[in-house]
Design a protein around this ligand. Structure first.
Ligand SMILES: O=P(O)(O)O[C@@H]1C[C@H](O)[C@@H](CO)O1
Ligand SMILES: Nc1nc2[nH]cnc2c(=O)[nH]1
Length: 323
């Protein structure tokens, strides 16, 4: 047991020791070379030349000039497998293309034909929550542009925000709320390369209205008009799903579904004037939805995956044949 004097001595010693340590640390910091801070503008991480080199590599390997590009979302990787006689390229083979991804075995590009049209599909996309800068996540879209793609089909998994949407439903995206972009995390921040597009550009009709109408026609043709909605997608950073309070906020600002991707790819696609068609497969129920057994949700999801394949094939067929 120490007395009052003992503690006072200890405190004085501790203070002196801390002071000495702080001084030593300051001296060491002053002697160390300055740390390099790399401020990399999003738009300059991959230059036009980098994207061109990647596109040239893909053209050399596949020998096709695709008209359609597809980005597969989670639970939608089977869309890539619809491509006939595909040339499959692992992302790691393409110079500089490989980024961080949780799902290495799906990191593949499929190039071939679908319903008679030349198509290339990314089986897995890059996400911001995996540690990739937002400008890198959208780099493949620029590569697709330089491959000559006219129509970009972007797909993703999402959670229902709109209480009428069920798991397995498909939402055709008519507009988006880009929360990451709103808080200064746009893929186009940095120098603008005019070869891709103008510095400022409109995001009105970013999701091509004619393509949406074609998809709505298809919904009727296949008898899925009560399962294919048209709505607003909101992108959050993830990887955690939103809290109930955030979910309520998203309902109030007009989101119908929420996910962790798509919008930055669409911004980059519109910057370089690609026609965009996007849909999200509802994979997580809204917090207002009645609780359903896991097996029911899985069956609904599987059904939605089948509808999404039908939708993709019919869209490609109709556009390719001007129907
Ligand atoms: O690539 P997408 O946006 O479909 O992936 C979403 C986000 C997470 O990776 C996953 C969550 O379920 O789906
Ligand atoms: N933010 C978000 N993204 C998703 N992607 C798939 N499901 C979800 C979800 O519940 N929330």
């Amino acid at each position: 047991m120490c007395n009052k004097d003992c503690c006072a001595v200890k405190t004085a010693l501790t203070i002196r020791r801390m002071k000495m340590l702080a001084e030593k640390q300051l001296k060491e910091e002053a002697a160390a070379p300055p740390k390099k801070i790399l401020l990399t503008p999003q738009s300059a991480i991959f230059s036009y030349e980098d994207c061109k080199r990647m596109a040239d590599f893909i053209i050399a390997r596949t020998e096709i000039r695709p008209k359609f590009g597809v980005v597969c979302g989670s639970n939608l990787d089977m869309l890539a497998q619809l491509i006939e006689n595909p040339i499959v390229i692992d992302y790691s083979e393409i110079p500089k293309f490989e980024l961080y991804t949780d799902d290495l075995h799906k990191s593949k590009l499929f190039a071939g034909t679908l319903m008679g049209a030349n198509v290339i599909a990314m089986q897995e996309r890059f996400h911001v929550y995996e540690g990739n800068p937002v400008g890198s996540c959208s780099m493949p879209v620029r590569v697709m542009k330089l491959l000559g793609i006219e129509y970009l089909f972007v797909t993703c998994a999402s959670a229902a925000v709109n209480k009428h949407y069920n798991v397995g439903d498909i939402m055709l995206v008519k507009d988006h709320i880009n929360i990451l972009g709103m808080i200064d995390n746009s893929p186009l921040i940095g120098p603008n390369d005019q070869r891709f597009g103008d510095r400022h550009f409109s995001m009105i009709n970013a999701y091509d209205q004619q393509l949406i109408e074609k998809a709505q026609e298809i919904a009727h043709e296949i008898g899925c008009e009560n399962r294919i909605w048209t709505g607003v997608y909101c992108c959050l950073g993830g990887p955690a799903y939103e809290t109930p309070a955030e979910h309520r906020l998203l309902q109030q600002i007009g989101a119908d579904t929420v996910g962790m991707s798509l919008v930055h790819e669409v911004v980059v696609a519109r910057h370089c004037s690609m026609k965009v068609f996007a849909y999200s497969l509802v994979s997580v129920p809204s917090i207002d939805a009645p609780q359903l057994p896991e097996a029911v949700l899985l069956a609904q999801l599987e059904d939605g995956e089948n509808v999404s394949m039908e939708l993709l094939c019919r869209m490609v067929y109709k556009i390719h044949n001007n129907l």
